[in-house]
Design a protein around this ligand. Structure first.
Ligand SMILES: Cc1ncc(COP(=O)(O)O)c(C=O)c1O
Length: 463
């Protein structure tokens, strides 16, 4: 169509025959094509209830959602986990409160801290030196942070990580609750965990107080569909709800809410053995992918190592540091020569997201493509020192809010050493800031940012 850009591009992709190992989890509408989405696009007329004062069908749908996910109460979110993350932080912390937070958190947490004038006390995840990737958060580090910052209001952990690595949430919850603090878990990538025993345990079942999940990342749900779950009485739920109402649209999409209700029913129907065929196919695929000699599928050998409790087997994480090509190169070959699009790639790895709607045929084509590519690769004898992402121990010179509202100065990257960052510099995906507002800029930050610019990776500078 003349003068239509984005729409045409979307339709071209939809019709291209490319297979998506990326979000959203419905994989270009597989299984959803028969639903009359436009007819669901309504507003708060009499019989449609109201998301922010629910007492009829939305209340019932949310009640069933809580039951399905093992929460005391669950709320629909129509702006992704971002809304849930910010609402949890603002709902629990007052201005100037300290928050113990994993440094590998998504940038929405940093925005929450700017909005709420919260003082971060960062804990770093363990680095998997062998692969240059981030592992889990050690409960010992949580314990130490609580001892160092006894006034902190809550602990905020991302589990699973973008690569599907979970931390020991049961132990972290025990430690956190022993000190009368709250545990918030960003489980944006783990909404599917409750539906098969082959997946890691859910944060709710491990004792977290507030859990946020994106349904669209790993389940057949529309983009922006997400949930915030509450468990127990250690915090004021009404205050979190008030914040959700403040930061989210006053016109929540009934398409998203209606389809989340339908998804809940779909999950209830599959709770016992409905995921079995998918899991069987996935396990077979993972076993067959062990034939790869240059590319390596990361697997269960990581469980109980690097502070990782369990890996999520649905996340296909391929390490490429042993080969003569980067993850970015292989991602490109998959797309250009095999019509397979992965979720993300870096110098040392590439990641695919699989969900229940992936068929055995989709898995077979991924397997065949990777076997052919692997055969053409050479072994790289040199140890790769290209970490995907690492964080120096942060020196916090001012709160994220103070840094954000300060008068800022633009400097060439190489002259920024020793200055305080006024903004976040975020590599996307996975959306974790390399540099966050209020942090002192070090040589390591500068090197990491310079390397990414050289590689032409997408870097967002977010104020
Ligand atoms: C760990 C994590 N938390 C939160 C979010 C935000 O989720 P959403 O895009 O659903 O708003 C993301 C998005 O990628 C994420 O990776």
């Amino acid at each position: 169509m003349a003068d239509v850009y984005l729409y045409d591009r979307l339709m071209d992709y939809a019709n291209s025959g490319v297979y998506p190992f990326h979000m959203p989890g419905h994989k270009l509408g597989r299984g959803l094509d028969s639903f009359p989405l436009l007819k669901l696009d309504l507003t708060e007329i009499r019989e449609m209830d109201n998301l922010y004062e629910p007492n009829d069908v939305i209340a019932k749908a949310q009640e069933l959602m809580a039951k399905t996910f093992g929460a005391d109460e669950s709320l629909f979110l129509v702006n992704g986990s971002t809304t849930g993350v910010i609402s949890a932080i603002l709902g629990v912390c007052n201005p100037k409160d300290e928050l113990i937070i994993a440094r590998n958190s998504h940038y929405s947490t940093y925005h929450g801290m700017i909005l709420g004038d919260i003082i971060p006390r960062y804990i770093n995840p363990q680095v998997i030196d062998e692969y240059g990737l981030l592992g889990g958060i050690s409960p010992k580090n949580v314990q130490k942070a609580i001892e160092d910052y006894p006034k902190a209001k809550a602990v905020f952990i991302t589990s699973p990580t973008y690569e599907g690595f979970t931390s020991n949430i049961s132990e972290i919850a025990r430690i956190t609750h022993n000190s009368n603090k709250l545990l918030i878990v960003d489980e944006a990538h783990g909404a599917h965990f409750n539906f098969h025993s082959a997946f890691p345990k859910t944060a709710l079942s491990c004792g977290a107080d507030i859990v946020i999940q994106s349904l669209h990342k790993t389940l057949p749900a529309l983009t922006q569909s997400a949930l915030i779950h509450f468990k127990g009485n250690r915090f004021d739920k009404n205050r979190v709800k008030q914040i959700v109402k403040m930061i989210q649209t006053s016109s929540p999409s009934y398409i998203l809410m209606g389809m989340m209700d339908l998804l809940r029913n779909y999950l209830d129907e599959r709770k016992n053995n409905g995921f079995d065929t998918y899991i069987e196919n996935l396990i077979n695929l993972r076993e067959k992918l062990n034939e790869l000699t240059r590319i390596k599928l990361l697997g269960e050998e990581l469980n109980n190592n690097y502070s990782i409790e369990e890996i999520d087997i649905s996340r296909l994480v391929f390490y490429t540091g042993r080969s003569n090509k980067t993850g970015i190169d292989i991602d490109k070959i998959l797309r250009d020569s095999y019509k397979i699009q992965m979720e993300m790639s870096s110098e040392v790895h590439f990641v695919g997201i699989s969900t229940i709607v992936d068929s055995i045929e989709a898995f077979n084509s991924l397997y065949n493509a990777l076997i052919s590519i692997d055969k053409e690769l050479m072994i790289n004898e040199e140890k790769t020192d290209t970490y995907n992402i690492i964080y120096p121990i942060s020196t916090i010179k001012s709160s994220p809010r103070e840094a954000f509202y300060s008068i800022k100065k633009s400097l060439p990257l190489e002259d920024a050493r020793g200055r305080i960052s006024g903004e976040s510099v975020v590599l996307y995906p996975p959306g974790i800031p390399i540099l966050s507002p209020g942090e002192e800029i070090t040589k390591i930050h500068i090197e990491q940012i310079a390397r990414r610019i050289k590689q032409k990776r997408t870097i967002d500078v977010i104020g």
